[in-house]
Design a protein around this ligand. Structure first.
Ligand SMILES: Cc1cc2nc3c(=O)[nH]c(=O)nc-3n(C[C@H](O)[C@H](O)[C@H](O)COP(=O)(O)OP(=O)(O)OC[C@H]3O[C@@H](n4cnc5c(N)ncnc54)[C@H](O)[C@@H]3O)c2cc1C
Length: 320
């Protein structure tokens, strides 16, 4: 057994995903308690340059052509061997499509406890979301080795960046006979606006009461020199195209300002906005989970705020 923390890093098409840095930041906090090291585990093919800024004591790299794209079978085999080798205190995976795919399998194969949707560590306790993010639960890490899936929101990705850690090349176990292989990527359809590149987003959720109100939102976004984005219910209703969807099934966004109007902040939405410089949330429910990721929160009817804000912007435009 060791007190080390393994972080299963994620990357896609040559880019490290933010959840990797969030996990590295979380692992650092946890390692301070356990007295162990942070070890980043990198699966891929010719992907070692991606590890250059990981905040970790070491990188364990598994470099094989069959690991170029995510395959749950391959990932399971490699991680099973890695965990058996390292006997770490905890293994952090993203609460993402990839992480959720392998965490359950690892837990079953290795008979290890799994804590899901962990947002942060408080001492050596985990703090995780339950009931769709409405309740935070806290407890000690179970077992000798605990598997943990992490959601964004508890740590800033910047804190997961550091100096170039040493890379240890490790031999992958046999990867023949994989049942699942990537066939091709399906890119989201190109829309009129690329919300991932906008510096101001006015984002609306189910708090918007009818489709006609979108005109007011469009006007507000224009006055703020930004674009309109949305949570999933509005896209499901067909009020806005999929290209405007923020979240797990839409796009991750990194605007300078993200104004969330009538959005509850479900994990599938929040995970895609934590890269924003500034999040402002407006919601009638003071306990809405969106306030956990927002820098400024306003508990009020979004319609009242829109009216005051629009009036203020209009006055400013006249004064200029
Ligand atoms: C596999 C999967 C993938 C998903 N992918 C995504 C995704 O990519 N993006 C996404 O957004 N969701 C996604 N979801 C759905 C997600 O779980 C939530 O259901 C969704 O984000 C909720 O949207 P919402 O916050 O607009 O609605 P709700 O959760 O219904 O919240 C509406 C909020 O508006 C507030 N409100 C109501 N009226 C007002 C008012 N007048 N003024 C101010 N506040 C008001 C309420 O208090 C409430 O907090 C996914 C779910 C699954 C299972």
């Amino acid at each position: 057994m060791s007190e080390n923390i393994l972080v299963i890093t994620e990357h896609l098409q040559g880019r490290v995903l933010d959840i990797t840095y969030v996990m590295l930041a979380g692992a650092r906090r946890l390692a301070e308690q356990t007295g162990g090291k942070v070890i980043a585990v990198l699966l891929g093919y010719k992907a070692q340059s991606l590890a250059g800024d990981f905040n970790a004591e070491a990188v364990h790299s598994y470099d094989r052509p069959s690991l170029e794209h995510f395959s749950p079978d391959a990932c399971l085999r490699v991680l099973e061997a890695e965990i058996n080798d390292e006997q770490p205190r905890a293994v952090l995976l993203g609460h993402t499509t990839l992480g959720m795919d392998v965490a359950g399998g690892l837990s079953a194969r290795l008979n290890l406890p799994l804590v899901s949707q962990v947002q942060r560590f408080d001492g050596s306790n985990f703090v995780c979301q339950i009931c769709g993010g409405k309740i935070m639960a806290e407890g000690p890490l179970p077992g000798e080795t605990a598997l943990v899936t992490m959601v964004p929101g508890g740590y800033r990705p910047e804190d997961g960046r550091g100096q170039t850690p040493p890379i240890l090349e490790k031999q992958a176990p046999g990867l023949e006979g994989m049942r699942v292989r990537l066939s091709h990527f399906i890119e989201p359809e190109a829309g009129d606006v690329d919300i991932a590149k906008e510096s101001v987003l006015v984002s609306v959720g189910r708090g918007l009461q009818n489709q006609n109100d979108l005109e007011t939102i469009e006007r507000l976004a224009k006055d703020l020199r930004g674009a309109v984005s949305a949570s999933r219910p509005l896209v499901d209703k067909g009020w806005l195209p999929t290209s405007r969807l923020v979240g797990k099934s839409g796009k991750a966004v990194k605007p300078k300002m993200y104004l969330a109007l009538g959005i509850s902040g479900a994990p599938e939405h929040s995970e895609a906005i934590t890269g924003s410089d500034l999040i402002i949330a407006v919601n009638t429910d003071p306990n809405a989970p969106i306030f956990n990721v927002a820098k400024y929160g306003v508990v009020m009817d979004m319609y009242e705020l829109i009216e005051s804000l629009s009036n203020a912007l209009e006055q400013e435009a006249h004064a200029a």
